[in-house]
Structures are given as C-alpha cells and as structure tokens.
Ligand binder design. Structure first.
Ligand SMILES: C[S@@+](CC[C@H](N)C(=O)[O-])C[C@H]1O[C@@H](n2cnc3c(N)ncnc32)[C@H](O)[C@@H]1O
Length: 243
C-alpha cells in the first residue's frame, strides 16, 4: 500500500517555502534553477534540436521554463512521484513540456533508450538511500547509449547549505549525500566518465565575485555540486531491481 508522496503537501506553495529558506543566500529560488540549467546547457550546447530532455523529480516544474528557454527545440519531459506537484507543473508549464506522474518503485514511464539528457535537481536526498541503485538503474535504462545524466545535489560540507536545509520544512527528512559517494553510486550503476563538480560558491550579496566560480569547480566548498555521467555507447540496458 502506498502512502501519500511527501511533496504533495508542498505542491501549492513550494516556491514560497523555498524562497523563504534560501533568502539567506541573497537570491530567489529561480536563480538556482536557472543556474543549474545554464550548466547543463554549457556542457551539452546547442538549441536542443532532436533531443529529448528529462527532468527527473521535476516537482512543480521550476526548472522547466529554463530548460525550454535554453533548449527551445528539445522535447522536454517531466516526471515525479508527487502527482499534486505534477498537476501544478502541468497547469503552469503545460505547453512547455510533457508531464507524467509515476509511482515510487515503479519503472519510469519511458521506453528503454528514449532520452538523450536526464537532469535532476535536489531529488536524491529525498529518495531513501536503499533505493538509489534501483533509481539510477532506471534513469540509465531510459537514457540512450551515449546519453548524459546530470545530478545536482546539496553539498553537506557547506555550512550555509546546512542552514538552508535545516530551516526548510520540506527537507525535514532529507539525507544529504557527499559528492564522492554519489559519484561512486553512479559508477556502480554503470555510468561512465563520471565527474563531480562543485558550484554555487558566491551568495547574492557578493555577486560581483561570480566570475570566479568557473575555476572553483574542484573545491568542495560550493553550496551544491553536480555529478555528470554518461550511459556508455555499447552498454546493455539495466532492469529495475527491487532492493
Ligand atoms: C526538493 S524537490 C525538487 C523539485 C525540483 N527538482 C526542483 O528543483 O524544484 C524534490 C522532488 O523530488 C521528488 N521525489 C522524491 N522521491 C522521488 C522519486 N523516487 N522519484 C522521483 N521524484 C521523487 C519529490 O516529489 C519532489 O518533487
């Protein structure tokens, strides 16, 4: 029997809750969403022609307008276990993406090897650790050979991040993951060329220092980090496994 997904209760005021929690960083939550999409765009390039891009754990769709803006010719997909969040995403951004809810523990609602780029922001710390391997196998299954996965996560080594997480009502049950551990999990799931890079070093109050961020990606002091991995061109499809 499934219980109500945790984020259903936050679907209506998700952005207000997030804005209150992140105000210490001197930016509204939209800044963080566009920042991450800009990184993906820097790495993938182009206008998205012939690409299917999946926002895994898209919530109320905060990243969707930025994905659609950066990749105007891509087909954008969003999925989440919170059907209430998906309903809000559909109402707000329906013309920009195809939204599909799915049940926790079920296969993702996409065919094998049907997605070019998978993106996920601040989702894995809400998924029980014991399920990570199965979820990573699912993302890898839906990626095309050669497709890329970007996982953005909070950095538990950053004190400002810890303050935001501790103050944020929907992070009550969050279990943060260090970058090297998440990198290992992607490698164990069969992703190749896996790299972790740190980001979001400079709060809004010191934004004039932001040009330095691009040379600091090695430094484990950023407020967040991302792990990038590729589904190898010749690898076989993984199946969802129960854990
Ligand atoms: C902090 S919100 C982030 C939402 C969105 N990615 C963003 O950046 O605004 C975490 C999201 O992860 C979703 N989530 C939790 N467990 C999940 C799972 N097993 N599969 C997909 N999404 C999940 C929640 O429903 C929620 O929408």
């Amino acid at each position: 029997m499934s219980t109500e997904p945790e984020f259903d209760q936050f679907a209506k005021d998700y952005e207000d809750v997030l804005d209150r929690a992140t105000q210490i960083g001197g930016e509204e939550s939209g800044y963080f969403a566009s920042y991450k999409v800009d990184i993906v765009h820097d790495r993938i390039g182009g206008d998205g022609q012939d690409l299917r891009i999946l926002d895994f754990g898209c919530g109320v769709g905060q990243s969707i307008p930025y994905l659609a803006g950066r990749f105007p010719k891509a087909e954008i997909l969003g999925t989440d276990v919170s059907s209430q969040s998906i309903a809000v995403a559909e109402a707000r951004h329906g013309p920009l993406a195809h939204f599909t809810p799915y049940e926790d523990g079920d296969p993702l609602p996409y065919a094998d090897a049907s997605v070019d780029v998978a993106f996920t922001a601040c989702v894995f710390h809400h998924i029980p650790q014991a399920e990570h391997a199965a979820v990573l196998a699912e993302v890898r299954r839906v990626l095309k050979p050669g497709g890329t996965f970007f996982v953005f996560e909070h950095n538990p080594l950053n004190p400002l991040t810890m303050k935001v997480v501790n103050d944020c009502p929907f992070d009550e049950n969050a279990v943060l993951i260090r970058a090297p551990e998440l990198r290992r999990r992607l490698e164990h799931a069969g992703f190749e060329e896996v790299r972790a890079r740190f980001c979001l070093f400079v709060p809004g109050q010191l934004r004039w220092l932001r040009p330095l961020e691009s040379v600091l990606t090695w430094c484990p002091a950023g407020a967040q980090y991302y792990v990038q991995g590729r589904r190898g061109a010749s690898s076989t499809t993984s199946q969802l496994q129960s854990v």
